[in-house]
Design a protein around this ligand. Sequence first.
Ligand code: AMP
Ligand code: MG
Length: 485
Amino acid sequence: MKPRFDNTYAALPERFYSRQKPEPVSSPSTIVVNEPLARRLGFDPQWLKTEEGAEFGVGNRLLEGSDPIAMVYAGHQFGNWVPRLGDGRALLLGEVVDEEGERFDIQLKGSGRTPYSRRGDGRAPLGPVVREYLISEAMAAMGVPTTRALMAATTGESVFRETRLPGGVLVRVASSHIRIGTFEYFASQRDTEALQLLIDYVIDRHYPDLAGATPIDLLRRVAEQQAELVAQWQLLGFIHGVMNTDNMLLSGETIDYGPCAFMNEYDPATVYSSIDRQGRYAFGNQPFITQWNISRLAHAFLALPDGEELLDDAQKVVDDVRDLFRDAYGRGMAKKLGIAEFQESDWPLIEDLLELMYETGSDYTLTFRGLTRLATSDDSDSDGSDPEASDDDLAKLTTLPDEFDPWIERWQARQTEEPANNPLFIPRNHLVEAAIDDAVEREDFSTFFDLLDVVKTPYDERSDWADFARPPKPDERVQATFCGT
Ligand code: AMP
Ligand code: MG
């Protein structure tokens, strides 16, 4: 059972992409298949695990209807304009429509060179493939809009970075791969026809209720989606790491899990990415960068015919990003705290909690989980599944220090319902690194599979998993994450 591929993006004019076949590899082998997602898209998960399935997963075998293309785009990388980027290490195999009629891109990441590869080899080492699989599936489990991982495979070939590494390919599923940088590309070329086609395509595919609306309406919708998305990142302590405009999707999904990580102790200045020397994409900067990125999209729209007339309205949308974010973040925080009717006057409660976390060096995730525990504990064993005293470990991990007591009193006076959306298990950096190490050094995927199991059910109180909930010990701390492209 395999889906038939369709290609609406490849039906756009040829200047939107380059037709390109994947470069075959010598001995592909499937590592993991996302079975529910596979079924939803019409794949037999068992087939994806066979030799033929592995051949599909690395690009050696194309399925019926597939017309692979590398998409062209531009972008601002760390604030600097790059006139042409494009899929240099990825290939769009085509689109698949699921049983509900929803259309998804099926893309290979790491399948070889394309006209946009520049000096790169178009390949991916296994490490980043493992990382993206874990973190994107964790994000999905926590309800964050994101691209998904359909499967991952090894290629049987080496890639060379600083050292020799095993190669991998990720099969990525996204609502589409249209980026702010895609608009910037055509705008910079003054290709107004292409810009208009792209707007029509995005409205048709993602926001059909905007049919016939103005470009400003689309801009506003995208701004809302981005604000909503980044608010969710902030609420979970997620640091994307490379919020370049070529990594921001018009669909509002998170994409490109490179040097990303979840924060341990709360500190807005947290940066993990080894390439982010100035902290442009530090945790606390992400909302501001969102606004900046939307300003780049607005700027691209000004290249439309009569674009100058859009200036004031476009500026207004950009200005509003701040409030859109604040609104989404406030609503999300209210949920996390169990406040049914969030009011402006609740902001100090939030700000003071963050301040307390910062001063006490408290773990972000466990602090919120501690609130969940406080609100729900009835002094009886939570699920009875616990064989030993390890439930104590979770209790210990989620006990808030005494300094929190006055704040807790204020909070309890406001809290009306159960705090929600406070995960216990996130893919902490040291766990992800351990999974990568075992996979890369020893071809041992058991650490990866264990962690994948855990992050797929982030809210379940599992005392036998306490070790996955705890922050890193000093010697386990990961200082920097690498793009590892
Ligand atoms: P990223 O940092 O993943 O957003 O990638 C930025 C740009 O570099 C994109 O145009 C990628 O296609 C390109 N790129 C990254 N890694 C490679 C690689 N190994 N080979 C060719 N192009 C690459
Ligand atoms: Mg990218």
